[in-house]
Design a protein around this ligand. Structure first.
Ligand SMILES: NC(=O)c1ccc[n+]([C@@H]2O[C@H](COP(=O)([O-])OP(=O)(O)OC[C@H]3O[C@@H](n4cnc5c(N)ncnc54)[C@H](O)[C@@H]3O)[C@@H](O)[C@H]2O)c1
Length: 337
């Protein structure tokens, strides 16, 4: 089955609300289970921004799915084809929630965990039917960023991975299957390395939070969005390409250019320093305003990347996928009328 008729979101925080928005905007009914009495209000706020972002992509969208809030996990997962666990990043909570999902979900339901770094093998121990669990790690905002890292555990059925790829692709995502199960997978492993360095640079007074973001967004951030790391470096090697690049910069790996594995002490002083500078950087923008600016920028970048022409056609990377996604939404909108 490659169609999701109903989805359940367990944990409706930042990520759960983002999943709910993507699914609802694809016309899929969603039931959310979250003990936080504020969850409904927070999900609505995210939905409002998500609708606004999709309005910027197309004025023809499928009829929105129906959103409901369930009183229990059992009620939420009833009849759900896809269940997306998005509760806090603690193994004990994941175990408790996955055991409950496992007990009540349809036997053929796909269970995806949004965990940022816990290995699926370590979560499967809580389940009687672990073959249907995968990690499906998204990026915030889930309703706009297409990547989802798919990670199988020791007990995941091979067919589950195949099905997960099809289901997440059906809602406009780019599933990438991680070949070996490791903590933090690939995206967060890269981000953690950059985050550690950034904390050092601010702690050591070499840069402020704002200057560091400028260094990123006026330079390699723009390059990464369209070609990633390796293809950008291939070009940086000049006509000799990657081999020249590696010959030139390979030896730097032994120079003191990086502190990498060394972690700054995580204490109140560090948190205060970063939080204070982050407040200064944000000025009078609220988080919801920043979200809207981020969303407009992301849509604009993907739209721009959908238009660039090259010898194999039109659209590049996330832009080509974005164009296909918008076309698919518009096609389904026609059918809904
Ligand atoms: N924030 C990110 O950028 C990001 C990105 C990718 C993945 N993730 C992962 O997604 C998951 C959720 O993260 P988040 O940032 O949305 O956290 P969050 O704190 O915003 O949301 C977690 C939600 O789970 C709810 N919850 C707690 N216990 C529950 C239970 N027993 N049953 C149902 N709901 C419960 C909380 O009330 C809260 O609303 C984590 O595993 C995290 O690592 C986060």
């Amino acid at each position: 089955m490659t169609k999701i008729n109903k989805a359940a979101i367990i944990g409706g925080g930042v990520i759960g609300a983002g999943w709910a928005a993507r699914l609802l905007l694809n016309g899929i009914d969603v039931a959310i289970s979250d003990p936080d009495p504020e969850a409904e209000r927070k999900v609505e706020a995210v939905m409002k921004n998500a609708r606004r972002a999709y309005d910027g992509m197309t004025d023809k969208r499928p009829k929105e799915g129906k959103l409901s809030f369930a009183r229990s996990i059992a009620e939420a997962v009833e009849k759900a084809d896809l269940i997306q666990e998005s509760v806090p990043e603690r193994l004990d909570i994941k175990h408790k929630v996955l055991a409950e999902i496992d007990k009540h979900a349809k036997t053929d339901a796909l269970v995806g965990s949004s965990t940022s770094g816990i290995k699926p093998t370590d979560m499967q121990t809580a389940m009687k039917n672990p073959g249907r669990l995968i990690v499906a790690h998204p990026f915030n905002p889930v309703y706009l960023l297409p990547l989802v890292e798919i990670v199988g555990g020791e007990q995941t059925d091979a067919a589950t991975i195949v099905r997960a790829k099809a289901l997440y692709a059906s809602i406009g995502m780019k599933p990438v299957v991680i070949r070996k199960e490791i903590e933090a997978f690939v995206g967060d492993r890269l981000l953690e390395a950059a985050w550690r360095e950034a904390l050092w640079l601010v702690k050591d007074g070499i840069t402020t939070v704002e200057e560091l973001d400028d260094i990123m967004r006026y330079s390699f951030g723009l390059r990464w969005a369209q070609m990633g790391m390796f293809q950008v470096y291939r070009i940086a090697g000049g006509e000799a390409g990657m081999r020249h690049f590696m010959a030139q910069f390979g030896p730097c790996l032994k120079w003191p250019w990086t502190k990498l594995m060394d972690v700054p002490e995580f204490n109140d002083e560090l948190v205060d320093l970063i939080a204070r500078q982050s407040d200064e950087q944000a000025g009078d923008y609220s988080i919801r305003e920043l979200e809207r600016i981020r969303d407009d920028n992301l849509v604009a970048i993907m739209q721009a990347l959908s238009k660039t022409e090259h010898k194999h056609g039109k659209g590049w990377g996330a832009g080509a996928l974005h164009r296909d996604y918008v076309e698919a939404l518009e096609k389904r909108a026609g059918k809904d009328k």
